[in-house]
Design a protein around this ligand. Structure first.
Ligand SMILES: [Zn+2]
Length: 104
């Protein structure tokens, strides 16, 4: 059978640069959104990443322990946890107060 007679799907072979032959339409899509249109980028995401090569998929990310974005500490994990705790405490205190009010 000549190569021209075969449909694209049945071709079996290696791709350049070690690529794995697969159906590109079934790959996970890039999660980045366009600034102007607000629509999602439809490029296939890079392997093991949630974005494509244009939207930071090639970047290894910030080095571990990087403090460049630290300004006030308002959004650190500890601060967020503390705010959640305070909110839950307030909520339970309000519930207790309501229960006491209904008993009087
Ligand atoms: Zn993208």
């Amino acid at each position: 059978m000549k190569r021209q007679d075969q449909p694209h799907g049945s071709r079996c072979g290696r791709l350049l640069n070690g690529g794995i032959p697969c159906d590109l339409t079934k790959l996970p899509r890039c999660q980045a959104k366009s600034k102007t249109s607000g629509k999602q980028c439809r490029q296939p995401a890079m392997r093991g990443k949630r974005v494509c090569r244009f939207h930071g998929g090639k970047s290894p990310g910030a080095p571990k322990g990087n403090q460049y974005a630290f300004k006030s500490g308002l959004h650190t994990a500890a601060a967020i946890r503390e705010r959640h705790l305070v909110r839950e405490l307030l909520k339970s205190a309000t519930e207790i107060l309501h229960e006491l009010e209904s008993q009087w």
